[in-house]
Design a protein around this ligand. Structure first.
Ligand SMILES: [Zn+2]
Ligand SMILES: [Zn+2]
Ligand SMILES: [Zn+2]
Length: 251
């Protein structure tokens, strides 16, 4: 399995528009973060987790021209704002989108033109698959959903083989820990150092990593307030690193 970080930033991206802070002004390309999204290549299939507003540029800049299915974690714009740009990838065959019922309903409300009765070549074509916390298959790949609490919003993370992706997480319910045993790679959110009501701090992420005990962990969905890549990376334990856009990991 290979994972490719298409984006590793929080909802505003980094740099934030108009911000003069040292992170937003940094020349290090690892401090430039598009909205969070992960590409997973496994058993000859290519899955996308989340399709945010930077999706089009992420596909072009990484030279990706095919997807087998899209998994959505939740309905916030930074995770679904690029769905319309699936048009060129859904001309011959509708794109399979997997999400919880409330997420699919929100997508249908936000993009009513996609779901009108008449088929039109200029529209994206989706086949919507309603999922819950039960295991399922996407393009023949077995997926284990993980319940994640994002402030007041219950959302999903996903385990695929020995990799798990948990973004926009504040709390992880007790019963979910056992689904995360034996991971080679755990990817989880760490927004910044200061406490936030619906996102995890770096310290909160480190506590969960210690308990889950994956071989390796990578932090994503970072804000410009998380500090410079090079400074924050130095403070982490040996098996924890900061992800950055374009990072590819085999696991
Ligand atoms: Zn987000
Ligand atoms: Zn800034
Ligand atoms: Zn969110």
């Amino acid at each position: 399995m290979r994972v490719l970080f298409l984006g590793t930033g929080t909802s505003t991206g980094v740099p934030e528009i108009g911000c003069q802070c040292k992170v937003c002004q940094s020349k290090d390309k690892r401090d430039k973060r598009m909205r969070s999204s992960l590409l997973v290549e496994v058993n000859g299939k290519t899955l996308l987790i989340d399709c945010g507003p930077d999706f089009r540029y992420q596909m072009l800049s990484n030279n990706i021209s095919h997807l087998d299915a899209v998994l959505i974690t939740h309905e916030h714009y930074d995770h679904v704002g690029g769905l319309d740009d699936l048009r060129p990838l859904s001309r011959d065959k509708s794109m399979a989108i997997f999400a919880e019922e409330n997420v699919l309903k929100t997508v249908q409300l936000k993009m009513p033109y996609v779901f009108r009765d008449r088929w039109h070549p200029a529209l994206p074509h989706f086949s919507l698959h309603k999922i819950d916390v039960e295991a399922f298959e996407a393009a023949t790949i077995p997926i284990i959903p993980i319940r994640v609490i994002h402030g007041h919003l219950p959302i999903l993370g996903y385990r695929i083989g020995n990799m798990a992706y948990l973004t926009d997480m504040k709390e992880l319910p007790e019963e979910e820990y056992k689904k995360l045993a034996g991971l080679d790679l755990l990817i989880l959110e760490a927004l910044r150092e200061e406490v936030h009501p619906s996102h995890e701090t770096i310290d909160e992420a480190l506590k969960k990593i210690e308990r889950i005990a994956p071989k390796q962990a990578l932090l994503t969905h970072l804000s410009h307030q998380a500090g410079l890549y090079i400074d924050t990376e130095r403070k982490l334990p040996h098996n924890v690193h900061i992800a950055y856009d374009g990072l590819s990991v085999d696991c």
